[in-house]
Design a protein around this ligand. Sequence first.
Ligand SMILES: Cc1ncc(COP(=O)(O)O)c(C=O)c1O
Length: 448
Amino acid sequence: MNKSERKTRVPRSMELYERAMRVIPGGTQLISRRPNRVAYGVSPVYASRAKGARFWDVDGFEYIDWISGIGSILLGYADPVVDDAVQKQICLGAIYSVNHELEVELAEELCRSIPCAEMVRYAKCGGEACAMAVRIARGVTGRDKILFCGYHGWHDWYIAANLAEEASLNSHLFPGIEPTGVPRGLAGTALPFSYGNLDELSELLEKNKGQVAAIIMEPLRSSMPPDGYLAGVKTLCADHGAIFIMDEITAGIRYSTGGAQQYLGVIPDMAVFAKSISNGYPMGVVVGKREFMEPASRMFISSTYWSDTIGLRATLSTLNEVRRRDVPGQLQKFGAGLKRGLKVVANEVGLDVGCIGNDVMPMLQFSIDDQNLKNQAVTLYIQEMAKRGCHGYASFYLNAAQGEAELGQTLQAARETFIIIRDGIAGKRVADLLECSVQKDAFRRLVK
Ligand SMILES: Cc1ncc(COP(=O)(O)O)c(C=O)c1O
């Protein structure tokens, strides 16, 4: 039977997706939520509810969620403390014609906890916060060019990088992404650089001397930066009069309550946070030193929903809980245990798969030379884990609700899955074992 004719394991999900494709261009709002990112027709596409470390899909299956809301859930789904605070806030009004004191309270809290924060602006999501930081940096310096390293959202300033002749983003992020709809006049204003290479960055700055407003980059994701690298970036910024912006949207308070900048001991001029800071409620923040943030008061940066009380309350409550429960410490410990457990299982099964990366963001690494076979093995892993109630990629977004039960179930599922992959490789049957097409890793990242 052809794979596309095979009966799906998740009929209700697939029926909804077909309906979505008729009325929603692209089917989903976020590329990472497209079903071809996981095991198409096997993995869930639509959830009906979630609690703690788990969610239930529209076909009635229960899953441990190893993607944690694409990184937006840090305490666990429907966290009782945050949700109670939000529910109380809803009863007092979600938004007003005037401001609410939470806006000031949260700004003061962020200034206390994040080393570079002396002033704060709000947004509703990560890409928007990045666009705001870039606007401020251009306004402060009077320069247009931005050097970047990492993923920073969907806005024109960023996708403009692909207007360049050699399609700069192709080698970094979405292979083949088209800058359709981005003004051609922005060509040459956003230039990517490779992570870890100070010489390349220095050359790029020299080549664009006096024109670079800012360097924006993810400080780290799953691996530690090379020794002295981020301090080197900071020095280069200072030498060239460019503003150093850390994009902490994914790393952020996973590593420390003061962000990756506190964890790594390198303090940027500005930083952006979103996702995990509000445990799933829409919120983004731009923070920075007074000299760079204050001029924003004279720029047009304004929106109705940036001061809604739900996002403010959720963020304040999430930050309090992350500190009170020492979530970064908890994730380190849990992630170390997960890595250890997966290595033991892989060893016992006799499959050459490692579990690498920092403890708070572990990922599996299949040692398979043939790239096609490796892609098939990763898809088989996602497929078989989904069938055993574990939803994820071959990497893990941890959250604080994951505990011993999730660890035990996941290690048991991994054992069975690793055996299937091992035998599939030995019998040259990996492709036959797939009940779906090979997963599309649309999101090739520059910062690992
Ligand atoms: C580092 C980084 N920057 C920016 C973004 C964009 O955030 P959002 O999807 O909330 O617009 C993301 C999202 O994955 C991210 O990981």
